[in-house]
Structure formats: C-alpha cells, structure tokens
Design a protein around this ligand. Structure first.
Ligand SMILES: [Zn+2]
Length: 318
C-alpha cells in the first residue's frame, strides 16, 4: 500500500487538514486548522449552506472554535455559495482571487455566471484579494497561490511543497476539469486551460485535493486524461459548447431537483448561456435542444425522466 493512503485506503492528509467531500452542486470544503486560527477553503453552494455550517460545527470540523478566514479558489456559485452564511455565523473575513475581486465588488452576474447560467447565490463581500504567487500560512502549512485560468479565468490553486499537496479547485479533477467556454465565446479559455495543466504538470505533487470528488494521488494519470480532453475540445468547439450546456443543465437540475420537460424549452430560451450557445453552435428550436441535452444526460446516467419530469439519477446529496 502506498504511504499516501491510510489503512482505510483513503488518501492520508496531514492531521490539521480536513476535507469535507461534497457533491457536484457544492464544492468540497477544506478546513485547515491551527492554534493561530482556522481557515476554510470554499463554502459550497448556497442551497447547501445549512449542511456546510453543520459540517463546520461538527467535531471533525471546528466544534465550538471560531473560523478566522474563508478563502475561495474561484468565484463560481458552487464554491462561494455558502460565503454569506459562513461570514454571518463566524464573522470572518473572505478572500477571493485578486483577478475576481473586482467582479465580486460589482457583482458581475455574467462574468461570475450567476445570471448567465441561472445559478442562485446570496451576495457576499470580499474583504481581501489574493494575488497569484502570494504565499500564505494556513493550518501551519505554507501555501503558494498559483494562477490557474481556464474553467475560470481568475482561478487560483494552492500548493504546499512540504507535503506536495495541491488544492486544485476546478482546474483539475481526477477525471477532467470544470467546463470551459468555447473559443467563439472566450478565445483565451481553452489555451489557458492547456497552459494551466502544463503548469500543474511541472509541480511535484503527491496528493491532489480537487474541488469535487475524493482527494487522489495519481496526478500523472489525471493530467493525461485532462490533456486528452483538451485535445478533443481543440478539435471541435461544438463539443466544448455541448459539454458546457450539459454540465450547466445538470447543475440546474441538482439545484432545482426536478424540471418539467414541458417547461425546459422556454428555460433554455430564457437563460443566456443556452440561448447564446444555441445561436452560435446548434441553431436548433429550443425544444430540439432540450431533447438533445436531456438525451445526453440520461445516456450518461446522470438524470432520468419520470412522468414528464427530469430528475437527477440519484436522490438529493449533501
Ligand atoms: Zn466547482
């Protein structure tokens, strides 16, 4: 058994580092504990904020301790959705990547995707801006913030050289990375995704703590899978667009828990990302686009249709 795994087969982390593995609607919450003050990285989705607060207050979390600081890898709703609730309870400052601080300040619903993709989120105030290449001591460990543009052009990842741990947000998962804008929408996104993966490949990493899914150790295999996806995306921007819409519709479904098929065409015509991508790439009547996306989600085993209603394949998850 690799030393990177504990006796239960889980990735062994330094004792002051706790990962609450969540789901696809809420990002993982990473708690870095220290007598100097506890730090939380990412707060999940707004609708799951009660669960986030419950996990934080648990014995494995903070118990009755205060939280000193909340940091975000990037400002998408599944990572910052609990910010307002956490700040209200713990009265702690919030730090966001420096590249995103102006967007948070003016609450740019398009660039932060809240309006653009129909994500629901309670507005919060960013107290600090974290620049790329800054270092921070959280949980008695030194973390280097590195720019990781692509899925989100302002995203940061955090790297601890001592334990060779990478907190990767949505820049790298075990199987893929967060959806990317097609070149016709943002010409910089796909090249940035590739450059970020190449940057990550140069780091000496033993453990990756992703934004979604369990921590994992085989970063080389994850990078190879991610590179293959980038190559496929570069060859076919309609595929990039289809992937982004599929992921966003699944996210909306996890948020709403049920969507009536009869209402789906008007939803796709109303929400910007679907309407704009349809105009650019698919040029389909909304009902036909709805059929296509629903078909793909069902085929992938992510969703099911029952009595005219689209449902997540699995029930509600924390
Ligand atoms: Zn995410």
């Amino acid at each position: 058994m690799s030393k990177a795994l504990d006796p239960t087969g889980r990735v062994a982390l330094p004792p002051q580092l706790h990962v609450f593995v969540r789901d696809w609607l809420s990002s993982n919450n990473i708690l870095l504990k220290s007598p100097d003050g506890h730090v939380l990285i990412d707060s999940g989705y707004g609708r799951h904020a009660p669960m986030t607060l419950q996990l934080l207050a648990s014995a494995r979390g903070l118990g009755d301790d205060p939280l000193s600081f909340l940091v975000n890898t990037h400002c998408h709703s599944d990572h910052v959705g609990g910010n307002a609730a956490v700040a209200r309870k713990y009265e702690c400052p919030i730090a966001v990547p420096a590249a995103e601080a102006p967007l948070v300040e003016c609450w740019d619903g398009r660039l932060l995707l809240y309006e653009y993709c129909d994500h629901r989120i309670e507005r919060f105030v960013a107290d600090r801006a974290l620049p790329a290449h800054s270092t921070h001591v959280w949980g008695d460990l030194e973390w280097l913030a590195l720019a990781a543009p692509g899925h989100d052009m302002g995203a940061l990842v955090f790297y601890n050289a001592e334990h060779r741990i990478l907190i990767s947000g949505d820049a790298l998962w075990q199987h893929g990375f967060g959806f990317v804008m097609p070149p016709e929408v943002d010409p910089a996104a796909l090249p940035a995704t590739q450059a970020t993966l190449e940057m990550l490949a140069k780091l000496d990493v033993r453990i990756v703590i992703p934004g979604h899914g369990e921590p994992f150790t085989d970063i080389a295999a994850a990078l190879e899978r991610a590179a293959k996806r980038v190559d496929a995306f570069k060859a076919d921007s309609q595929r990039v667009a289809r992937h982004a819409l599929k992921v966003n519709l699944m996210f909306a479904l996890l948020d709403k828990q049920r969507m009536l098929l009869v209402e789906l065409p008007s939803y796709l015509a109303r929400v910007d990302i679907y309407r704009e991508f349809n105009d650019l790439f698919f040029k389909l009547p909304p009902a036909r686009l709805a059929e296509l996306l629903v078909g793909e989600l069902v085929k992938a085993g992510a969703a099911r249709v029952d009595s005219g209603t689209l449902l997540p394949a699995t029930g509600e998850a924390g």
